[in-house]
Design a protein around this ligand. Structure first.
Ligand SMILES: [Zn+2]
Length: 605
C-alpha cells in the first residue's frame, strides 16, 4: 500500500459508484469503507462532505450520475482538496477518464485511487489513467456476453438474477460481520427471491377465479374494486408510468411469450431466464432491451418459488384453450380470414383501434359493441374515462382533414412544386461542392496503390506501365461515381412525378379500410397508412370536464394539428358487489350463451 507522509491537513471527499451491469462490483458501502479506512490512516485528513454515491449506474455515461455531478460541483467551488475513490473505474469506464482527472487537477484537487494505487500527483498518473480507460472501455463492450455468463452462474447457484414477479419479493441478505461505516448497518451480501405471503394469496385467487370461469376482465375489476394494489403500483415508484390498476392484460397477454400472471411459469416453480437481452447505447450509457425468441429461453427448477399446484395450473391452461376455441366459434367469422391471428390485443379489428389513446390513463381505446370505442381500463375500475364514442364519428373526423388537405389535387400539386424546388436546390449545391472529382473508397485504394508502387525500386518503364493501367481504372471508377449521382437525382425526380399516383394509392387504402367492416387485411392496411401520416403514430383523446365528449388533436405530419371534439355517451358502472351475479354471468359466457369478453360481446361484428 501507499506509504506517504502527509503532514499537512487535507479536506477530502469520497466518490463511490455501483453498477448493476458488471458482474463483480463491490457495493458503494464497501467502496466508501475502503476510502475512509485509508483516510483514517493519514495524520490530519478530514471528510468534508457525506460520500457521493451513485447506485446501479453504469460508468459509460455521465449525464445520469447525479452524485458524480454534485461532486464535480463541490470541486469547482473549491470545497475539497483530495478525492478518494476505490479505483479509477469508479470515476469512469470510458476514454473521458483522463479528461475528468485533468479537470479535477486543474481545480487543485488530488485524485487518489486506494485499491489501484493511483495518485494524480505521480509522474505515471496520466499513463495509468489512459490505460485504465482503454482497458475498461473494452471490457464494457464485452459486457452483454458477460452478463449472460454471470446470469448463468447465478442461476445455477440458485441465486437471484434480474427482476422479481408479482407474488415474490427480493430479500437482501445482510453480511454476517461486515458493516457500513456510516450507517452502522450490515453490508448487503446477497439478494434472494422469496414468496411474498400476501401477494401469493392474490395470485392463487387469480388462478382459482380464472379456472372457475371468471374472465380476466372480471377478475381485474374485482381486484380493483377491493383496492388491492396492482403490480404497476409498485413499478410506479421507480418508473414514471401511469398506474391503471389491474388490467385484463396484467393477468394474461401473450400466452406464447408467458405474458401476464396466468402465463408465468414461475408460479409453478419454473424460473425462466434469458427472455431478453440488453444492448448498451454508448452515447447515453442507457440500456435497451430486446426480446429473445422462446427457443433460447432457459428454464431452471425453483421449487421454493411455487405458489400454485400443477393441477390448478393445468386447469387454467384448459380454460384458456376453451376460451380461445369459443371465441373462434363466436366471432372469428366476423373478424379475420384466419391468417391474421390476434396476439396480445396487438391487431385491433377496427380502423383506428390501436391508434386512439385514452388521455386519462394512457390505455389504447378498444372497439366495443357494434358501434363504439371505449377505454378498457374503465371496465376494470382503473380509469375515470366513462365515455363511449361512435366509431363512425371518430373515423369521419380523422378523415376530413386528410381528404380536404392531404389528398386534394391542389394540395398534391403544391407539394410537388415544393419538392421539385428542393431537389433543384440540392442538385445545384452538390454541383458547387463537387468541383473536385468524386473520391470513393475504390478510388482511394487505387491512389494508395500508386503511392506504394512509387516507393518500390521499379524501373521507369515497368512503373509507367502499371501506373497507366491503374490510371485508366481510376478514371472509369470516377465516371461511374458521377453516373450514380445523376441516377440518384433522376430517381428522386421520378418519385416526385409519381406523387399524385402515390397519394391516390394511399387514399384508396385508407378509404377501403374505412369502408371495410369485416375485411381484416383491408382494415390493417388502412390503419398502417394513417399511422404513417400521424406525427406520433397515435391520437390522444380525453374526456372534457362535464364528461360529454372526448377531445384531442390529430397531429398530421404534413398538415399540423386538427382539433377533434367527439360527443360521447356515459357508460354505466358495472356492479361489482354482487359476486354471485357476476359469477353467473361469467358462467353464461362459458356455456356459450353470449360470447367472449369484454362486457358486450353479442353485438360484435
Ligand atoms: Zn382510460
Amino acid at each position: 500500500m501507499r506509504k506517504r507522509e502527509e503532514s499537512e491537513s487535507k479536506r477530502c471527499a469520497v466518490y463511490a459508484r455501483f453498477s448493476t451491469d458488471q458482474q463483480k462490483e463491490t457495493s458503494t458501502e464497501s467502496q466508501v469503507a475502503v476510502c475512509t479506512n485509508y483516510l483514517n490512516k493519514q495524520a490530519d485528513w478530514t471528510l468534508v462532505a457525506a460520500p457521493f454515491c451513485d447506485e446501479g449506474i453504469s460508468g459509460t455515461g455521465v449525464g445520469n450520475r447525479p452524485a458524480f455531478l454534485a461532486m464535480l460541483d463541490l470541486a469547482a467551488s473549491g470545497g475539497f482538496d483530495v478525492l478518494l475513490i476505490n479505483d479509477l473505474t469508479r470515476l469512469s469506464r470510458t476514454v473521458d477518464l483522463p479528461v475528468t482527472i485533468a479537470d479535477l487537477q486543474a481545480q487543485g484537487v488530488v485524485v487518489i485511487g486506494v485499491q489501484d494505487n493511483f495518485d494524480s500527483r505521480s509522474e505515471v498518473a496520466v499513463l495509468q489513467a489512459s490505460f485504465s480507460a482503454v482497458s475498461s472501455h473494452q471490457s464494457v463492450s464485452g459486457t452483454s456476453k458477460r452478463v449472460h455468463a454471470a446470469h448463468q452462474l447465478m442461476v445455477k447457484s440458485g441465486k437471484h438474477a434480474g427482476g422479481c414477479s408479482y407474488g415474490h419479493k427480493i430479500i437482501h441478505v445482510p453480511h454476517p460481520t461486515e458493516r457500513d461505516r456510516f450507517s452502522g448497518l450490515p453490508v448487503i451480501a446477497e439478494k434472494r427471491i422469496e414468496v411474498d405471503v400476501e401477494e401469493a394469496k392474490v395470485v392463487e385467487r387469480i388462478f382459482t377465479d380464472f379456472a372457475n370461469g371468471l374472465s380476466t376482465t372480471a377478475i381485474a375489476a374485482r381486484l380493483n374494486a377491493e383496492g388491492i394494489p396492482s403490480p404497476g403500483a409498485a413499478w410506479e415508484r421507480k418508473v414514471r408510468r401511469v398506474n391503471r390498476g389491474w388490467m385484463a392484460s396484467t393477468l394474461s397477454s401473450d400466452p406464447e411469450r408467458g405474458g401476464g400472471i396466468l402465463n408465468n411459469e414461475i408460479y409453478i416453480g419454473k424460473y425462466i431466464w434469458n427472455r431478453r437481452r440488453s444492448v448498451k447505447i454508448r452515447s447515453t450509457g442507457k440500456t435497451v432491451w430486446h426480446d429473445n425468441s422462446p427457443s433460447v429461453w432457459e428454464r431452471e427448477d425453483r421449487p421454493h418459488l411455487r405458489i400454485i399446484s400443477d393441477d390448478l395450473w393445468n386447469a387454467v391452461k384448459k380454460m384458456q384453450a376453451w376460451r380461445r376455441s369459443s371465441r373462434g366459434d363466436a366471432i372469428s367469422k366476423g373478424i379475420a380470414d384466419g391468417k391474421a391471428k390476434r396476439r396480445g390485443g396487438a391487431d385491433s379489428r377496427y380502423l383506428l383501434g390501436s391508434l386512439l389513446i385514452c388521455g386519462s390513463c394512457g390505455s389504447r381505446l378498444i372497439g366495443d359493441g357494434a358501434l363504439d370505442y371505449i377505454c378498457p381500463a374503465f371496465t376494470c375500475g382503473g380509469c375515470d374515462n366513462d365515455l363511449r364514442v361512435r366509431r363512425d364519428d371518430v373515423h369521419r373526423e380523422v378523415f376530413a382533414p386528410l381528404h380536404e388537405y392531404l389528398f386534394s389535387e391542389e394540395a398534391i400539386a403544391r407539394q410537388q412544386a415544393r419538392a421539385r424546388m428542393d431537389l433543384e436546390r440540392m442538385r445545384r449545391e452538390e454541383q458547387k461542392a463537387s468541383t473536385k472529382p468524386v473520391v470513393t473508397k475504390a478510388i482511394q485504394a487505387i491512389d494508395e496503390q500508386v503511392a506504394a508502387l512509387r516507393k518500390l525500386s521499379l524501373g521507369p518503364a515497368a512503373l509507367n506501365a502499371v501506373l497507366a493501367e491503374l490510371k485508366a481504372e481510376r478514371a472509369e471508377l470516377e465516371a461511374k461515381a458521377g453516373d450514380r449521382a445523376v441516377e440518384r437525382y433522376s430517381r428522386a425526380q421520378r418519385l416526385i412525378d409519381r406523387l399524385p399516383e402515390t397519394a391516390a394509392k394511399y387514399r384508396k387504402v385508407i378509404t377501403q379500410g374505412a369502408k371495410a367492416l369485416t375485411d381484416h387485411a383491408a382494415i390493417c392496411a388502412g390503419r398502417e397508412a394513417i399511422r404513417k401520416l400521424l406525427k406520433d403514430g397515435t391520437i390522444v383523446l380525453k374526456p372534457n370536464a362535464p364528461h360529454t365528449s372526448l377531445v384531442g388533436a390529430v397531429r398530421f405530419a404534413e398538415l399540423g394539428d386538427h382539433v377533434l371534439g367527439l360527443t360521447g355517451s356515459q357508460r354505466h358502472v358495472k356492479a361489482l358487489v354482487n359476486e354471485k351475479a357476476l359469477m353467473n354471468q361469467e358462467k353464461g359466457i362459458m356455456v356459450g350463451v353470449t360470447g367472449f369478453e369484454p362486457a358486450t360481446p353479442t353485438s360484435r361484428t
